[in-house]
Design a protein around this ligand. Structure first.
Ligand code: ZN
Length: 240
């Protein structure tokens, strides 16, 4: 079975459209969306609608919670806060309810899907280092965990630490457990501005880290046109 995992779309319609186009060419059985559908860029409503059209099984991210008032945006930096609050104003009542009802974790067979960490999903911590991963593995009940949040695609193998951090294919060992960060569709921060997502094939036991180019100048123009901070447009081109 082949699945696709996308995360941190952040209202970037051009990036999600490009990823969707790629997924249309793959025999993907199910798409999972790991949250942060909203925030930062100019098309929260359209991106939310597209996620639903794609029948992506979704969970909530911190930006989604802040946008619909499930948490305060006061812990966000000023630019992120401005964008996330604006995101919420663009949604209908029905869409806000849909976001509010997203779970924080999904466990499906051998896989856990979560936005931040499997041990405390509601605290929005990060898995960035081997010691973070060691803590996460302790409470992980499944063989695999896909997550997002840092916008940095990478893969941790239990007892081995960070074993991979660039685009390409990784052959998983049957006897090992893994935490896999799928990177960000709508605001990559690993220095590569292309949209990031992951394919997992349970038959071949492979994880494919994918990157796809999108119409970035159009996304930047829309950010400026709706009056969001210029820095949010600039950072897209830097992949930061
Ligand atoms: Zn995010």
């Amino acid at each position: 079975m082949k699945i696709a995992i996308i995360s941190d779309l952040h209202s970037n319609l051009e990036a999600l459209t490009a990823v969707r186009h790629e997924l249309d060419k793959e025999a993907v059985e199910q798409i999972y969306c790991l949250g942060d559908i909203l925030g930062y860029n100019a098309n929260p409503k359209e991106v939310l609608q597209m996620v639903r059209e794609m029948n992506a099984l979704s969970i909530a991210g911190n930006h989604d919670h802040a946008a619909v008032g499930l948490m305060s945006a006061d812990s966000f930096n000023l630019v992120a806060k401005e964008a996330v609050l604006w995101s919420g104003t663009q949604l209908s009542e029905e869409e806000i309810e849909w976001v509010k009802n997203l779970p924080l974790v999904r466990e499906v067979g051998e896989i856990t899907f979560v936005h931040a960490t499997p041990h405390h999903p509601e605290e929005w911590g990060y898995v960035l280092t081997r010691s973070h991963a060691d803590v996460a593995f302790k409470s992980l009940k499944t063989r695999l965990c896909f997550l997002g949040h840092s916008h940095l695609p990478c893969l941790f193998e239990e007892n081995e630490g960070l074993v991979f951090s660039e685009a390409g294919t990784v052959d998983l060992k049957k006897e090992s457990r893994y935490i896999i960060n799928v990177g960000s569709v709508g605001q990559p921060r690993d220095g590569n501005p292309k949209a990031s997502y992951v394919l997992y094939d349970s038959q071949t036991n492979q994880v494919h880290f994918k990157r796809v180019e999108y119409d970035l100048p159009l996304t930047q123009k829309k950010v400026l046109d709706v009056g969001l901070p210029g820095f949010l447009a600039e950072r897209l081109a830097m992949g930061r």
